[in-house]
Design a protein around this ligand. Structure first.
Ligand SMILES: Cc1cc2nc3c(=O)[nH]c(=O)nc-3n(C[C@H](O)[C@H](O)[C@H](O)COP(=O)(O)O)c2cc1C
Length: 507
């Protein structure tokens, strides 16, 4: 039988794999003085200061307008606000945000589109994280343009505000070159995780839209498409307005699958893939476009050890105040001591991340939007968890159990697989998100590559927040020896590794 030709997304994935033989030659020396700025500036536009709304102010309890501002201000701050400042070797400051970002490069920009509300006149706003303000750089009716660009997505019918996330590609490509595309979408997934949870705290329901006419959204926002591109549109239903209660809708549309492409030189692959995964033809939203939920987990191994992960949910405070605090104080752990985690902690992390239905009583969404979550699988390498054998496990989210696939202490191997990063060696558990790229592309075209990485990042952010809340250490890892992860840990070869999350005791 003739072999199927790789689509462009599969080709990109193969070409951007790190290999032990080539990694050092690929490591370029970085001139930190040339690092692109991770903030966008607008010369013109009215600025709306959001800082006064971060603190509670006496006498504002019954002021509806103040409350609305406060909800928006806190939503943006918890999602992408500046939450720490560090000095760098060049004497400048590095600002860290509530969402993590590979290398602290923050390629994502956040925009707010208003249909016209008492607080925000119709138009376009950019979130200025540096000053925690919104700059209104375009005043006019833009909502119908957004609806058209999103092929009349039902969630834009009754809503009045939408967040649009874009990526400024060079901010990340400067350091990570072509492989930056993966990290840009993982970063955005983390940001989506924050938006999802911060919305729940502040009475909004975010609806994800991953399928839109890229060119039309880019034009609407006045972007330079070679430098910056829209990657997610998120209408915000205001839950204080019953008119805006909307049943869940589909979040994704397929793109073409490109199997014929020229020889693409290194350095041009990222831009090529981004263009190839755009939606260029008009499409229609079907009532139920997402694949029906399967009842069983993908992998079962007849004689393997199975450990139930069912547990009591994490408590986030009476009014989710502990969740809000966690969003603001989250940091990536820089070193682990090597000490064990407990099985109870691991179960709690898995419960919060994969079992959102257990959090409805705490006013969180029991079924938050993802793009193509049913295509993602989870494997966990356990090096130090009390009451759990060392080895590699498949996490079966429907059965809520860990299924052991290899017995071994992998610390040394994990150190190597994570490109020599000690975080991999000293973690108590290292979690891998994977997907079968070939069948994913068959389902949604090459654009699925974006969806998969955003969903993996979104899951990663829930793991981050749960870990921080429970006093554990956590860090994402976007650089790893792709093929060797599968070989060493026994993860099926068809499963492309998307992302790693390390968990451990902070040193
Ligand atoms: C997609 C992604 C990949 C990352 N990869 C690594 C990594 O390989 N090694 C590492 O030490 N940290 C990694 N991090 C953590 C970032 O370095 C960290 O988020 C950034 O420095 C900002 O700090 P903060 O998370 O404390 O806000 C990654 C984070 C993300 C979101």
């Amino acid at each position: 039988m003739a072999e199927l030709k790789e689509s462009i997304a599969q080709h990109y994935h193969e070409r951007t794999k790190y290999e032990p033989q080539t990694i050092t030659s690929k490591n370029k020396v970085l001139d930190w003085k040339q690092q692109p700025v991770s903030f966008k500036e607008y010369k013109l536009g009215r600025s709306y200061d959001l800082k006064p709304y971060l603190q509670e102010q006496a006498g504002t309890e019954t002021d509806a307008s103040y409350r609305t501002w406060q909800r928006l201000s806190r939503l943006l701050f918890c999602s992408y606000g500046l939450t720490a400042r560090m000095s760098t070797v060049t004497g400048s400051f590095l600002y860290l945000r509530s969402a993590p970002s590979a290398g602290g490069l923050y390629p994502a920009e956040v925009y707010v589109v208003s249909r016209g509300t008492p607080q925000l006149p119709a138009g376009l706003y950019n979130y200025q994280a540096l000053t925690h303000s919104l700059v209104n750089f375009w005043q006019d009716e833009v909502w119908s343009g957004l609806q058209g660009a999103c092929f009349q997505h039902p969630m834009l019918e009754n809503t009045e505000l939408a967040i649009v996330i874009t990526a400024v590609f060079y901010r990340s490509a400067w350091r990570y070159e072509d492989r930056a595309y993966r990290r840009i979408f993982l970063d955005t997934g983390h940001l989506l995780g924050n938006i999802e949870l911060a919305c729940a705290i502040h009475d909004y329901r975010p609806h994800l839209i991953g399928g839109f006419a890229d060119q039309a959204v880019n034009q609407l926002l006045y972007l330079e498409p070679e430098q910056e591109g829209a990657i997610a549109v998120i209408p915000l239903a205001d839950l204080l307005d019953e008119e805006q209660y909307l049943p869940p809708a589909s979040t994704v549309l397929p793109s073409a699958t490109q199997a014929e492409y020229p020889q693409i030189p290194d350095g041009e692959l990222l831009g090529y893939l981004h263009r190839a995964t755009q939606i260029t033809e008009p499409q229609e939203w079907k009532v139920e476009l997402t694949a029906p939920k399967t009842q069983s987990d993908k992998y079962n191994f007849p004689f393997c050890e199975k450990i139930s992960t069912q547990t009591a949910p994490i408590e986030w405070g009476n009014h989710l105040e502990d969740l809000e605090q966690t969003l603001i104080k989250r940091r990536s752990t820089r070193a682990y001591s090597g000490a064990d985690l407990t099985l109870a902690e691991l179960k709690a992390l898995l419960d919060f991340t994969y079992q959102p239905q257990n959090y409805v009583e705490q006013a969180l969404d029991g079924s938050p939007d993802y793009f193509s979550l049913n295509l993602i699988e989870t494997f966990i390498a356990v090096s130090g968890v009390t009451d759990l054998d060392e080895g590699c496990y498949y996490y079966a989210p429907k059965a809520q159990e860990l299924r052991q696939i290899r017995f071994k202490n992998f610390r040394k191997e994990l150190h190597f697989l994570c490109l020599g990063q000690e975080l991999g060696r000293d973690a108590g558990a290292v979690l891998f998100h994977t997907a079968d790229l070939q069948s994913a592309v068959a389902q949604y075209g090459d654009r699925v590559y974006r969806y998969l990485h955003m969903d993996a990042g979104h899951l990663g952010q829930r793991l981050n927040l749960a870990a921080i809340h429970l006093g554990m250490g956590v860090s994402g890892i976007g650089g790893f020896f792709d093929n060797q992860v599968n070989e060493v840990l026994g993860i099926p070869a068809d499963e492309a590794v998307l992302y790693i999350t390390t968990l451990g005791r902070p040193r």
